[in-house]
Ligand binder design. Structure first.
Ligand code: FRU
Length: 472
């Protein structure tokens, strides 16, 4: 079965079989966490979109639920595209984009916003007034999708992604009843900078007294080591006024510098945490797990915060500690000059703290999933003050070599790594430097090593926990 195939993830959300992309409808409802996802139940490739569904009591152990939305109405017949969830009058509401192709080449489309309701959080009924929003304002175009809805005081608000003349935008709406939506104007847009021709999956929220606009732009051009992937996910921070509906923001920053991170969405839980989950893949990439009948997964949940400069930080949710099975290694105060094998695992959490006093050190870091000719390498390059993730020799496709992120300093570096059977998520620099990538190593490439080149690095501590499966 798919469950026994080598790339099958142990503690990440994916479908029982077949294709998934964006996370949708993140919400805590009646004490349980619900996550929906773009799902094609009939193939390991993208197709007419359904909403798959999982829920959890702890954000770690997930239970698969029946499909929540299927594309069978005139207004959504070619796909229930991405959207969000709200709680209203004790019910869970899903607001999503109905997609209809107008031609056989899937070039022309009609996109409208729709609602569906559930009292039990499992079975959903589409609203009879659907679509609730189909009129496209002059500032938008037929690419009109991915509604994210939230409540402020007694009103509902929604952001939608669109484009006009090949420039991405986010539109803002207001409603008293979730049915009738008033257009408030453009919240933010690409004003002919390198910010993409279409802005997908917007999310807008308050954090640390500021307002963050998260977007997934298509069509940004690579600038050095920035915007290297086909599509990006990033954010602005700024000030928003509900009186004037105006948003003033600073520059765009990429959120995760790995190969596979897109279409992120957030929600607020009852502990006050702003939690983010993203699709842990990238469009148009080779996906070796398709041979086994599945593709796509979501990242581990991450708590967001803002640093003093207004940059977003991401931290794995603390609940993930419950995946730890066995601490297999604990190294303290150990000097390395070349390599030190510290473990063997395909699902592990690795925490390593390095101190570098030797100016000769050219590179140091961690290698995982090491085996015959295979390794995935995380290198800190002191001279360039950066962290590099190299998946060139990770195993089967998709290749794509290196991704890198700046570090604020390299004297004392802490890495926290979550390794699953076909993914790696690395957190460094207090959550300012995060890289997420899919890797497809052989099942017997299991080695975990620390390494140093050119001098001596002091490993202040290194710990490895093997992790257990998260499916109920
Ligand atoms: C982003 C996206 C969304 C759309 C969905 C379709 O990855 O293109 O804009 O709603 O995927 O599956």
């Amino acid at each position: 079965t798919i469950k026994d195939t080598p790339y099958r993830l142990g503690f990440h959300i994916s479908a029982p079989a077949n294709w998934i992309n964006d996370p949708n409808g993140l919400i805590q409802f009646k004490g349980e966490y619900h996550v929906f996802y773009q799902f094609h139940p009939f193939s390991e490739k993208w197709g007419p979109m359904y909403w798959g569904h999982v829920k959890s009591k702890d954000l770690v152990h997930w239970e698969q639920l029946p499909i929540a939305l299927a594309p069978f109405e005139d207004y959504d017949r070619d796909g229930c595209f991405s959207g969000s969830a709200v709680e209203h009058d004790g019910k869970m509401g899903l607001i999503y984009t109905g997609n209809v192709w107008l031609d056989d080449q899937q070039q022309e489309l009609k996109q409208v916003q729709c609602l569906a309701w559930s009292t039990d959080g499992v079975n959903f009924t589409k609203d009879c007034s659907n679509p609730v929003l189909s009129r496209i304002p002059e500032e938008g175009s037929s690419h009109f999708r991915d509604p994210k809805v939230w409540k402020h005081e007694s009103s509902w608000y929604m952001v939608l992604g669109t484009k006009k003349n090949e420039l991405g935008k986010v539109l803002l709406y207001q409603s008293d009843d979730l049915q009738n939506w008033k257009y408030e104007g453009v919240l933010a847009e690409n004003k002919e900078e390198n910010l993409g021709f279409m802005w997908e999956c917007p999310d807008f929220f308050e954090l640390g007294g500021r307002h963050v606009l998260l977007i997934s732009p298509e069509g940004m051009e690579q600038e050095g080591t920035e915007y290297v992937n086909l599509k990006q996910t990033g954010y602005f921070t700024g000030e928003f006024s509900y009186e004037t509906m105006q948003y003033k923001h600073g520059q765009f920053f990429e959120l995760d510098k790995g190969h596979d991170f897109y279409a992120a969405q957030t929600f607020l839980d009852d502990t006050g945490r702003r939690i983010l989950i993203a699709w842990m893949d990238m469009w148009e990439q080779e996906m070796p797990s398709q041979e086994d009948g599945w593709a796509g997964a979501l990242t581990i949940p991450r708590v967001l915060s803002l640093d003093k400069e207004g940059r977003l930080l991401m931290h794995p949710v603390a609940e993930l500690d419950s995946l730890r099975k066995e601490k297999t290694v604990s190294v303290k105060e150990y000097a390395i000059e070349n390599e030190l094998v510290i473990g063997s695992a395909d699902m592990a959490e690795i925490a390593a703290e390095f101190r570098v006093d030797d100016p000769g050190v050219r590179a140091f870091g961690v290698k995982v999933r090491c085996g015959d000719g295979e390794e995935t390498v995380l290198t800190i390059v002191p001279d360039e003050c950066k962290l590099v993730l190299d998946r060139e020799n990770s195993g089967k496709g998709p290749g794509g070599g290196l991704r890198e992120a700046k570090l604020s300093q390299v004297k004392s570096v802490s890495l926290r790594i979550f390794l699953d059977r076909s993914s790696i998520e690395v957190f460094a620099d207090g959550g300012a430097c995060v890289l997420t990538s899919r890797i497809f190593p052989s099942s017997d490439s299991l080695g975990i090593k620390l390494f140093a080149e050119g001098g001596t690095v002091n490993v202040q501590s290194a710990e490895v926990w093997t992790l257990g499966d998260a499916y109920i």
